[in-house]
Design a protein around this ligand. Structure first.
Ligand code: SAH
Length: 289
């Protein structure tokens, strides 16, 4: 059985961090025990979207293992003495295997460190966080998950696209079109998605967006249906392109966009001109530097 964390604060470790927590207030926050791992969601980019639990964990971690999607402005919340270990994929370099990342988390925890595994968005949404958690449970390492704001909800909201609206949709589907090899997944049922999902939010769909749009149209969705591409949501480089399924399938509108990118299909996109007025007031790149 994996030990549970207690809820008493650890004020002794709080003061070296960029964010200083009032000790009275930290009674509501969990203890980050030495020898444990926190699996933390960093949100979509804007450090203002970190949870209090994430900032609290960052203020105490001895080592932070982070992915490519994690914004530097978020890493600035780590305590000055913390070791920052990049374990993501960098262009041209092989990415570390999942088993290696798991082994590094386990080794660091067994060495008595407070280990913070920081993942973009929410750790359990298309991020292999659950696999890392399974590895920790199997190794008997105590862990806690600190959920984050997932890009497919918070990133779209920042773009003026609510994932639901009572007049538009009573359900929403989050999907990734990839399989493990990076190709289009054969496990997606396009007819069912097309018939049953008024709003579709596609993660990791940048390279595959033409084929995704084609599949949806083949399955009956009209080429005129509203769609949007939202790039680098909640950062100073956020871009929102409103388009249609037909234009997506023709490969139009994606020029000049840099990943990470979400693709959203459905009537909620039509709200963006009203709700996205003025764009997203993301903090500047210089924040905290
Ligand atoms: N765990 C993450 C998702 C990891 S998969 C989460 O909950 O958000 C990586 C995909 O997430 C990217 O390919 C992209 O589709 C999406 N994504 C993450 N951050 C994003 C951002 N700031 N803007 C747009 N898309 C983003």
């Amino acid at each position: 059985m994996v030990p549970r964390m207690s809820t008493a604060p650890d004020p002794a470790r709080v003061h070296s961090a960029p964010v200083v927590f009032d000790p009275a207030f930290t009674r509501a926050l969990p203890v980050f025990a030495a020898g444990s791992v926190w699996l933390v969601g960093a949100g979509p980019g804007d450090p203002g979207l970190l949870t209090l639990q994430a900032a609290w964990g960052l203020s105490q971690a001895d080592v932070v293992f982070f992915d490519a999607l994690v914004n530097d402005a978020v890493l600035n919340f780590a305590a000055p003495g913390a070791e920052l270990a990049f374990v993501g994929k960098r262009a041209g370099c092989p990415s570390p295997k999942q088993s290696e990342i798991n082994a590094r988390l386990i080794d660091a925890a067994r060495a008595g460190k407070r280990v913070l595994r920081l993942k973009g968005g929410d750790p359990y949404v298309f991020g292999r966080g659950a696999e890392e958690a399974q590895g920790l449970v199997a190794a008997g390492v105590p862990f806690r998950v600190a959920p984050g704001v997932t890009a497919g909800v918070g990133g779209l909201a920042a773009a003026g696209i609510p994932v639901t609206h009572r007049d538009v949709n009573q359900s929403v589907t989050f999907l990734t079109a990839h399989d493990a090899s990076g190709g289009l997944s054969a496990r997606l049922d396009w007819a069912a998605l097309s018939a049953g999902s008024p709003v579709l939010v596609v993660y990791m769909g940048f390279r595959l967006m033409r084929v995704i749009a084609e599949k949806l149209m083949e399955a009956g969705r009209p080429p005129s249906e509203p769609a949007a591409i939202v790039a680098q949501a909640t950062t100073p480089r956020q871009k929102v392109v409103r388009t249609t399924l037909g234009r997506l399938a023709a490969g139009e509108d994606a020029g000049g966009l840099e990943p990470p990118v979400l693709v959203v299909v459905g009537g909620v996109v039509a709200l963006a001109p009203v709700l996205g007025v003025g764009g997203y007031a993301a903090p500047s790149d210089d924040l905290g530097c």
